[in-house]
Each structure stands twice: as structure tokens, then as C-alpha cells.
Design a protein around this ligand. Structure first.
Ligand code: GDP
Length: 471
């Protein structure tokens, strides 16, 4: 409906006329979509994603049925704040510590692997719905099942409802973990009733959604929950082709002072091998070292495996897609092509701003928005800076974050600043000499900081016309 700009009800009506009773959350098969489009005067382009990939120089794989092998399910934990998402993930990891492993320290690489009854389950470490939105464009999912955590003593709350909407929109099945069963006020029946009101019908309510009472605190029910996840996964018949070049999603990435760019990747299809060339978003490189969730060096990683790699030349963004390619040259070309595309997307406007000049421009009514590019050494601080900056506002100007990223200030940041009239803020990161020179030439201001508070202070003062001009 969105893409061809007709109302949802018009689509449902048209389907009814075709003799198909569908609701908003239902999937339609390809033939129906083509017929429906015809009725509505739209056309369906099948395989567009592949065309785009080919244009980029990526090899297109059509996995044949006989090449597909079962793979482990990938799980995201969702739910209202304080209902126990983090505790549940901790409890799950603890359940899994078998005698032979107990000495090992689990490495944080964005996802945890647990094994139950000899079968693997992958849990994304970051609770929330971001995993759904990432990578959906190319038809691959980073989540197979959503575990919806609902506290038994608090029942359904706004973020519970939000989580349900996201899971439904992504077509990801839900398993409900009714948590905090150890608490005196625990009432799973109320939770089930409230869920029913949100269209989530658990088995006791005649629906097909699995619900499991658990306590992340005592560990009760955790094994049962894991078994239920496997059961649900079995129904989904998850498969992948291990014999192809790997593709997947960037879970996390950071710049390590000693190791350079470090990226956690989730392999969704294919097998990733050490020494391979990869392109991740607009970054490329050759895998120098690959480690698993136990910090062990590994040579290859098949579908539904999270790994950490060294060897990228820049820091990609969490959520970026990655692809293994045959040659380093191809990786570089694709990365360059994507960068170029990004640049083109930002229209060229030739002027520049410094924080010092800002106030007079604000007063003269010349600018109404302060555009900022925020780069930092870790995602956490970038997030914190952005949310503090977005809260700042003066009478007639507001802060607009044009771009954020982890890693040093790069050429592409300077270019973006040039085309979007932005000031670049670097937190614990610096530009290289070449990038500084480029910024100077283009009159782009790069301000580097070591204290978050100073950033907020400077921007706020600039907006009020109080910034020390000699800065
Ligand atoms: P999140 O915000 O959903 O990640 O929730 P947390 O995992 O941080 O948990 C919120 C609070 O609830 C913490 O104080 C936990 O100790 C507590 N909590 C989580 N699970 C349980 C449980 O099963 N039983 C009890 N009694 N407390 C729990």
C-alpha cells in the first residue's frame, strides 16, 4: 500500500473482489501479488534486489533446495523496560555453562550462542527491535523468533505493545516468556488475558503462541523456554546454504586503538572464512583474524554464527549488510561504489559554518537548524552525545544530527559536512592529517573533544551566542 500509494482498505477490498479474504498482517504469495498489482494498475518488479546487487558487482546466489541445510535459530529478546530482558539473557548464558566450558570467559561479540540438547540457539545481545529493521530490505532476516518478556507482576505495558507491533510487522513469530514468576505478585493469567487483548493469543487462550513461565532470578523455566524455542524453530524449518560466499549483518563495530577496526558479524548464509575479502556497508577489507564467542581463533563460520573480525580498513555501522567476495579488489570497488552513491545522495551546496559564526547567523535569521555530524570511538558515547545534543534548543534554532558514526573523522564525513553545511564533532577520535587538510581547504570545522559535557556546553553556548570566539 505504501509503495503504490493506495490505502490498505483499498487493497483489502480489491483482494475481496478477487475472492481472497486477507487481513493487514497476512503474507500474500507472489502470484497473488502480481494479480493484485494488475488490478490496481501497478507493476511488480521481481528480482530487483538482485539487479541492484549485480549492478554493485556482487555475485548473485540462488540457493538451490538441495544445497540448503538446517541452521540454528536467531533470537531477539524484546519487551518493556525492567521486565527482565537483560536478566533473562544472563540466565540463559548461565544455564549453558557446561562443566567443560566453565573456565572460559564469554566474549562480548553482539550475540551469544547456547546449546541445549545438542542444538544451537543464537541470541542477539542487544534487546530491542532494531534487529528487525536491519537488513529487511534484501529479504534476509536477522531474527527468526522474538522472545517477548513480560513481567508476571506488571503485565502488558506500552513497550510490550510496541514490541508486538514490531514482531508482527516483521512477520517474526513470538514466544512469550512470562518472567518474574518468583515474585509474590506474579499473575500469569492476567498477562495472558492482557496479551489476548493485543491480539497475541497464547495456547491456553486457544491461540498458537507459546508462553513459558520463567524466573530469570532463580533460573526456573529457562531450560523449558530454550526447548520451546527449538520447537518453534523446528516448525520454521530454518535453512541456509553453507557452500556459498558468506553474507549477513554487522552486529557491532568499534575502533580499537591497537587492533584497528573491529567488527562483530552475524553470518546469515554461506560460510565466512579467515583470509577472505569482505565488504561491509561502505567499508572493505580482508579478514586477518576471526574469533568466536569464546574468543577462540577460528578458520570458518557457517550460517547462524556470530564472529568478531579484524582486517576492515574502516569501521562499519551496526546493521550494515556484509558480503564476502572473491577478491579484495571487488570488495574495494563495491565499497567505493556505495560511498559514491551516498555522496550523490547528499545534494551539493557550497557554504560552510563554524560554531563561532553560528550565533550571528542565528540572529540574522540565516539559519534555523544547526547541522552536526557526530563521530566517536564507541557507539555508546555517540548515542549519549546525540541524545543530549538533540535535547538542546534555542529560541529559533534546533540541532539536527546529519550523520553519526564510530571511528575517526573521514573524508566522507568532511564531504557530507560540506554538502549539508554541518560541523563535525569528534569525541575521542581525530581526523588524519589528510582529512584535516581537506577540511581546512573546504572550510569545514572539525571540533574534537575528550569530555562529553564540553561538547554540550560549547554547542549550547554557541546557540546562545556565548561561545568564546578565540576557540
Ligand atoms: P530489562 O530492562 O528488561 O533488561 O530488565 P532487567 O533485566 O534489567 O531487570 C529489571 C529488574 O528486574 C532488575 O532489578 C532485575 O534484577 C529484576 N528481575 C529480572 N528478572 C527477574 C526475576 O525473574 N525475578 C525477580 N524477582 N526479579 C527479576
Amino acid at each position: 500500500a505504501e509503495q503504490i500509494q493506495v490505502s490498505v482498505s483499498q487493497i483489502i477490498m480489491t483482494l475481496m473482489k478477487m475472492g481472497i479474504m486477507a487481513n493487514v498482517n497476512q503474507n500474500l504469495d507472489e502470484d497473488t501479488v502480481v494479480l493484485l498489482a494488475e488490478e490496481l494498475g501497478a507493476s511488480v518488479v521481481i528480482g530487483k534486489v538482485q539487479e541492484e546487487e549485480e549492478e554493485e558487482g556482487l555475485e548473485v546466489f540462488e540457493d538451490k533446495d538441495e544445497d540448503l541445510r538446517p541452521r540454528a535459530p536467531i533470537i531477539t529478546v524484546m519487551g518493556h523496560v525492567d521486565h527482565g530482558k537483560t536478566s533473562l539473557l544472563d540466565a540463559i548464558r548461565k544455564t549453558n555453562v557446561t562443566a567443560s566450558e566453565s573456565g572460559g570467559i564469554t566474549q562480548h561479540i553482539g550475540a551469544s550462542e547456547v546449546e541445549i540438547n545438542g542444538q544451537k540457539i543464537v541470541f542477539l545481545d542487544t534487546p530491542g527491535h532494531e534487529a528487525f529493521t536491519a537488513m529487511r530490505a534484501r529479504g534476509a532476516h536477522t531474527t527468526d523468533i522474538a522472545v517477548l518478556v513480560v513481567a508476571a507482576d506488571d503485565s502488558v505495558k506500552p513497550q510490550t505493545i510496541e514490541s508486538i507491533s514490531h514482531a508482527k510487522a516483521a512477520g517474526v513469530p513470538i514466544i512469550v516468556a512470562i518472567n518474574k514468576m518468583d515474585k509474590p505478585g506474579a499473575n500469569p493469567d492476567i498477562v495472558k488475558k492482557d496479551l489476548a487483548e493485543q491480539g497475541v493469543l497464547v495456547e491456553d487462550w486457544g491461540g498458537d503462541v507459546i508462553s513459558v513461565p520463567v524466573s530469570a532470578k532463580s533460573g526456573d523455566g529457562i531450560v523449558n523456554l530454550l526447548e520451546m524455542i527449538l520447537l518453534q524453530a523446528e516448525v520454521l524449518e530454518l535453512k541456509a546454504n553453507p557452500n556459498r560466499l558468506a553474507m549477513g549483518s554487522v552486529l557491532e563495530a568499534r575502533l580499537d586503538k591497537a587492533k584497528g577496526p573491529v567488527a562483530s558479524l552475524l553470518v546469515l548464509n554461506g560460510t565466512l572464512k579467515a583470509g577472505m575479502s569482505v565488504v561491509a556497508g561502505t567499508c572493505s577489507g580482508k579478514i586477518r583474524l576471526m574469533t568466536n564467542h569464546k574468543g577462540e581463533k577460528i578458520r570458518q563460520a557457517g550460517p547462524a554464527t556470530a564472529v568478531e573480525i579484524l582486517g576492515l580498513t574502516e569501521v562499519p555501522h551496526a546493521g550494515d549488510e556484509f558480503n564476502a567476495v572473491k577478491e579484495d579488489r571487488i570488495a574495494r570497488e563495491i565499497a567505493e561504489h556505495r560511498k559514491e552513491k551516498k555522496r550523490e545522495e547528499v545534494l551539493a551546496r557550497n557554504s560552510s559554518t563554524t560554531l563561532e559564526e553560528l550565533f550571528s547567523q542565528i540572529q540574522e535569521g540565516e539559519i534555523k537548524e544547526l547541522n552536526l555530524i557526530v563521530k566517536g570511538d564507541v557507539q555508546g558515547s555517540v548515542g549519549a552525545i546525540v541524545s543530549s545534543l538533540e535535547k538542546l534548543s534555542a529560541e529559533n534554532v534546533r540541532v539536527k544530527i546529519v550523520h553519526t558514526g564510530v571511528g575517526a573523522v573521514t573524508e566522507s564525513d568532511v564531504m557530507l559536512a560540506g554538502t549539508s553545511d554541518a560541523i563535525i564533532i569528534g569525541f575521542n577520535v581525530r581526523p588524519s592529517t589528510a582529512v584535516s587538510a581537506m577540511a581546512e581547504r573546504d572550510n569545514i570545522q572539525i571540533r574534537t573533544y575528550r569530555v562529553i559535557y564540553d561538547i554540550i556546553d560549547d554547542v549550547e553556548n554557541a546557540m546562545k551566542g556565548m561561545l568564546d570566539p578565540e576557540f
